[in-house]
Write a protein that binds this ligand. Structure first.
Ligand SMILES: [Zn+2]
Ligand SMILES: [Zn+2]
Length: 267
């Protein structure tokens, strides 16, 4: 049986894809990347991504406001995200979270907007796609607290489908806390970078609660570093993942696809 993959995180709405999106999607399918989840970053890209998902088979969308944009976000924006979230093509709220590396928005604003968007996810019973940078500990605390406060949210417990920490850079201990609270973690092309610091954690946690992503157009895997990333390049990360956890690429495809399909309830 041919391998099939899910790219759980690709920003197909960026200018980078404006001229050749059809080709990009065709190459993804030819490579076995059958489903793609597009996480938005603000109201405009939520609307664009939703429109893309509505006209493209097997492209699903997450609507939400990125921590970089949290400072510009209004209560009306929050309202729009809530309205968008009820469309059938919307499989998650995201990407949301905390970015203490760039600090484009004040941290207290980032925290408040993160919590209020988790509130929409809980209310609509949708999982979340979480972005962290130099904020792992606090982001883990916030989602675990939200999970404990809403036991019924997205199935709950260790079998929960409450969300994914994308581009996961935390420790195995932090991953364990997330798994127990019903979350997954996902890995992009940074797995293929020389001396990548995330390999040890992946080796320790195994594949049980792991997804694959590209984060296209960013984080392009070797051997294409420096070029635009696209969903078909997911295979390079999958091969590296198989090597790190000492299994076959078929196994990586089967487990990560099952996880992504479960988490996002892909049709
Ligand atoms: Zn991100
Ligand atoms: Zn992203």
């Amino acid at each position: 049986m041919p391998q099939s993959f899910v790219d759980s995180h690709a920003h197909l709405f960026y200018e980078d894809f404006a001229n050749d999106l059809e080709d990009v999607l065709a190459r993804a399918r030819d490579s076995g990347v059958m489903d793609i989840v597009v996480p938005a970053t603000n109201v405009v890209t939520s609307e664009q991504s939703l429109a893309l998902a509505q006209r493209t088979e097997r492209v699903a969308v997450a609507v939400g406001i990125h921590p970089h944009e949290a400072g510009k976000m209004t209560d009306e924006d929050l309202q729009r995200i809530e309205e968008f979230s009820r469309a059938p093509e919307v499989v998650a709220i995201g990407e949301i979270g905390l970015d203490f590396h760039y600090d484009f928005a004040p941290r207290d604003v980032q925290r408040a907007r993160f919590r209020s968007q988790i509130g929409i996810a809980v209310q609509e019973d949708l999982p979340i796609i979480v972005h962290t940078r130099e904020s792992m500990e606090e982001a883990v605390d916030i989602v675990v607290e939200a999970a404990n406060a809403s036991p019924g949210w997205c199935a709950g417990g260790a079998d929960g489908r409450r969300g994914v920490f994308h581009c996961f850079t935390g420790t195995a201990e932090q991953a364990k806390l997330l798994f127990d609270a019903g979350f997954y973690v996902s890995y992009p092309g940074i797995l293929t970078f020389k001396n990548s610091p995330v390999l040890g954690t992946l080796r320790e946690i195994g594949l049980d609660r792991v997804l694959l992503e590209t984060d296209a157009p960013y984080l392009t895997p070797a051997p294409f570093r420096g070029k635009r990333n696209e969903p078909s390049y997911l295979l390079y990360t999958a091969h590296k993942m198989a090597e790190v956890v000492e299994t076959t690429v078929d196994d990586v495809a089967a487990v990560t696809t099952r996880n992504a399909r479960t988490l996002f309830a892909l049709r």
